[in-house]
Design a protein around this ligand. Structure first.
Ligand SMILES: [Zn+2]
Length: 375
């Protein structure tokens, strides 16, 4: 008896979640739309939308154009009913994003703030965040929480950032960071957060690998609306995949890692540390830039081919390089295609959709998703 009761509650909850996600994705819809597309009865759809209206998450916006018969009520999500903040921490910058329940970016800011693992740093970040929210006119009562993207291994079971080579810290308890903020905090690895932002809005995205090419190289597997974590939460750490036996030194202490060849600074250091400038030089056909890009894409093509052979899925290039490379993706694809044993013609390497703030947005969207899954 109890079992049946729980099952019915679960079914209702799943339906409610599903309906709300459907409305968030499709904008303005009607109860008959929901019923038809989600294969639930019209009375069930009507009951669920009534409950969501009562919760303040949904509103009626007049009537939809009739295609015969009675006009249906137009329903859409109250986009700003709930908000979430994303914070991306890197070695030299912080990025802040304010998003709403449908995943729109309401405000974005990237500022120079070198990371220091002490209270003064977190206090400064917290103050900056409050100013950011004030400027964005965010009603604090609607802020569900904040997602923190960190360039390190995140262990949600132990509630610990186990290590971050990039920031030179290890064993950082979540609560030693969250103590500085007034909102519930959710922690995500930076590549996972970037992948989550890419997957959140992409209905077609069955599964893909997100290759983050910033000043460190990372990656994440997004599959069926979830991130694959791995036994030690290190799934997708391809920056430390060996591409050259006993090759160049990596910051991790080993040799020949992908990071030692494909971190973004390999390109930007040829252009006064400015990656956009590097691609401008490349666009102009400067010989030195072309030589560096040729070498860079040689190694990147090896990595992309290896990842694709293991996972047989699309590879989305993110991070600084994935965001800036533009039409130069073609040169990489040509090299990848040559390496492909199966002669696959359909390009499976793509640039990311989110060129800025992907990790901060992804972290914030994880907060939204946690809320939506509990509606
Ligand atoms: Zn390494």
């Amino acid at each position: 008896m109890d079992k049946k009761k729980i099952t019915n509650i679960e079914v209702k909850k799943t339906n409610r979640n599903g309906v709300f996600r459907y409305i968030c994705k499709h904008g303005t819809v009607s109860n008959p739309d929901i019923s038809y597309n989600m294969k639930i009865s019209l009375p069930t759809a009507t009951q669920i939308t009534k409950e969501l209206i009562a919760q303040g998450l949904l509103e009626e916006k007049g009537e939809l154009q009739s295609t015969g018969g009675r006009r249906a009520k137009a329903l859409s999500a109250v986009a700003n009913a709930k908000l979430a903040v994303g914070l991306d921490i890197t070695q030299n910058h912080i990025t802040l994003v304010l998003t709403n329940i449908v995943g729109e970016i309401l405000k974005y800011e990237r500022i120079h703030q070198p990371f220091v693992p002490d209270a003064v740093y977190y206090q400064k970040v917290s103050e900056r965040l409050e100013t950011f929210l004030d400027e964005g006119g965010a009603d604090r009562d609607t802020v569900l929480g904040m997602g923190i993207s960190f360039p390190g291994i995140i262990d949600p079971d132990k509630e610990l950032i186990t290590d971050s080579h990039a920031l030179a810290v290890e064993s950082v308890p979540f609560d030693s960071v969250s103590a500085f903020f007034s909102y519930p905090c959710f922690f995500l690895n930076d590549a996972n957060a970037g992948a989550y932002a890419e997957g959140f809005h992409d209905e077609e995205a069955e599964s893909f690998f997100y290759l983050s090419l910033s000043n460190t190289v990372g990656g994440a597997i997004f599959s069926r609306n979830e991130l694959i974590q791995g036994k030690n939460f290190r799934c997708g750490e391809v920056g430390h995949m060996t591409v050259v036996m006993d090759g160049e030194s990596c910051y991790c202490g080993k040799r020949g890692c992908l990071d030692a060849y494909c971190a973004a600074w390999h390109l930007s250091e040829a252009a006064d540390g400015k990656l956009e400038q590097f691609f401008r030089l490349l666009d102009r056909g400067e010989a030195e830039a072309a030589k560096i890009w040729d070498s860079y894409t040689d190694y990147l093509a090896i990595a992309v081919n290896n990842i694709h052979m293991v996972l047989d899925c699309d590879i989305v290039l993110g991070g600084y390089v994935g965001s800036c490379m533009g039409a130069h993706l073609q040169e990489l694809w040509d090299k990848v295609a040559k390496r492909n044993t199966f002669g696959e013609k359909e390009p499976y390497v793509k640039s990311c959709n989110y060129k800025v703030a992907a990790a901060a947005l992804g972290a914030a969207l994880k907060v939204i998703e946690t809320f939506v899954s509990q509606i």
